[in-house]
Design a protein around this ligand. Structure first.
Ligand SMILES: Cc1cc2nc3c(=O)[nH]c(=O)nc-3n(C[C@H](O)[C@H](O)[C@H](O)COP(=O)(O)OP(=O)(O)OC[C@H]3O[C@@H](n4cnc5c(N)ncnc54)[C@H](O)[C@@H]3O)c2cc1C
Length: 444
């Protein structure tokens, strides 16, 4: 409760996955109360569980926000830090919808008055319901209802937000600065202005042929906004205001909303099969093969190109995410959380809802799952979506000497392995048969 007249007119806004000033309803709600303190807390539980690229990306965007507004930065368990900094003031947030975020906010909410305005989604998870009030199980039905539900216009940008500078914890600042300095590779430019520049460049030059270009991993045909959307440097509502709601781009954003909705209703699906139909499935634990998958040395060019793109940039093209996930689950017969964990360690857009349900879609255990008998063929997929072999040559230098399509089938060339490109670790046709047998047995 407010402790003085001054406190009665001031509040706290706690930034989490909403590192922006534009289109930020929680910030506006805090400012409506008068002066506010803007807080970011480096949470050791999340920090320790992130790899260096993810930490650097988060840190760079927090520091970019701190250049725009006076941001008070602390380190520690938010359950302890937020009540201390709030000192009796009301705390404004955008609702968090992941299992960890919900638990944390419930705990913080027992100590302070927590006011949630908006969420990282155009339509908050849990709000799109079917005729009987339950969640949608299938994406196409969800997307239709999501469009019908609609979303508000972007919130106005505060002109000169009345934010009080606070005392940051030097240790927290040091962690952030060290993380940026320790980035394992060049990250995309951080911050809201960079995110908007990227969006405008894509909107003006890429959106018109997105339907086709988005499936070409070598082509820069997608928006590359996922790392910004993940941290809320940009809100999807701002993008939806600039595209047709029936466009393919809006549909892709709907996938993000769908998976957040699935996780909202079934928090346990973060790390376990959403559908129990394959509970009896037999999985392997082939350590060497999983290591070859992680390091991009499976002998299947498009799989290796994707895994190396991930290692060297913290991002992977969507088509190749599906191919590499299929390879781990169906060619190596590994349970999907093993791969989901690896992706989450490395992806700078790593998002538990989109990632883990993307994995389950491929593995056949999720909502709206691809039929279990659909096994991606890494060679035909490569030839179809990277017909000239450019993507493979870009990421696998051992294949750079192979012209055109040959890069996808080095074993067909006399010189295909002359630069030590590994031989295939498994025979796809055999493993496909094996996967189908296991799926059929599990379903019985
Ligand atoms: C196994 C697997 C793991 C994935 N892990 C993640 C993840 O951790 N984080 C993540 O943001 N996306 C994930 N995706 C979805 C998708 O691959 C990425 O969102 C996309 O590649 C990001 O690139 P982009 O911003 O250029 O996408 P665009 O094609 O420009 O799409 C625009 C936005 O729509 C959303 N989107 C597009 N496709 C999907 C999808 N299939 N599922 C959910 N949202 C989507 C993203 O927010 C994306 O930024 C995963 C997909 C698979 C198959």
């Amino acid at each position: 409760m407010p402790t003085s007249d001054r406190d009665a007119r001031s509040s706290l806004v706690w930034f989490r996955r909403d590192l922006r000033v534009r289109d930020n309803p929680a910030l506006l709600a805090a400012l409506e109360e008068g002066t506010t303190t803007a807080l970011f807390v480096v949470d050791p539980a999340l920090w320790a569980g992130s790899g260096p690229a993810r930490r650097a990306w988060l840190a760079a965007n927090v520091l970019a926000l701190a250049e725009r507004i006076p941001l008070t930065i602390h380190h520690g368990d938010p359950r302890e830090v937020v009540p201390r900094v709030a000192a009796g003031r009301r705390v404004h947030v955008a609702a968090e919808t992941t299992p960890y975020g919900r638990r944390r906010d419930e705990a913080v909410g027992r100590e302070v008055e927590l006011v949630a305005t908006g969420s990282p989604y155009a339509v908050g998870p849990g709000l799109v319901r079917n005729g009987s009030g339950g969640p949608y199980q299938v994406f196409s039905a969800f997307a239709r209802a999501w469009r019908e539900h609609g979303w508000p216009e972007p919130a106005p940008t505060p002109r000169s937000p009345a934010i009080e500078p606070g005392q940051s914890d030097p240790r927290a600042l040091g962690l952030l600065e060290d993380a940026v300095a320790g980035a394992p590779f060049d990250l995309p430019p951080a911050g809201e202005d960079a995110a908007w520049r990227r969006w405008r460049a894509f909107r003006d030059a890429g959106l018109h042929d997105y339907d086709v270009a988005r499936d070409r991993p070598h082509h820069d045909g997608t928006s590359r906004l996922s790392p910004y959307l993940h941290l809320g440097v940009l809100h999807p509502r701002s993008l939806l205001a600039e595209v047709a709601h029936t466009s393919t781009y809006a549909t892709e954003l709907a996938w993000r909303e769908f998976y957040a909705d699935v996780l909202w209703h079934a928090p346990g699906s973060a790390w376990a099969d959403l559908r129990p139909a394959l509970a009896g499935m037999r999985y392997d634990d082939p350590e060497d093969a999983v290591e070859a998958w992680r390091t991009g040395t499976t002998g299947y060019p498009v799989v290796d190109a994707g895994m190396r793109q991930l290692l060297h940039t913290g991002w992977m093209h969507n088509r190749v995410r599906m191919i590499t996930a299929s390879f781990l689950t169906k060619d190596l017969h590994v349970w999907w959380p093993v791969g989901a964990r690896h992706f989450l360690d490395l992806l700078i857009d790593g998002d538990v809802a989109s990632n883990n349900h993307g994995w389950q879609w491929v593995a056949g255990t999720g909502t709206d799952a691809s039929p279990y008998f659909r096994v991606f063929n890494p060679v035909t997929q490569g030839l179809k979506f990277d017909p000239d072999g450019d993507y493979v040559r870009r990421w696998v230098p051992e294949l750079a000497h192979l012209p055109g399509r040959v890069a996808h089938e080095p074993w067909r060339s006399d010189v295909g392995h002359e630069h030590d490109y590994p031989v295939r670790i498994v025979d796809h046709a055999e493993e496909r048969r094996e996967a189908l047998e296991r799926y059929q047995a599990a379903r019985r």
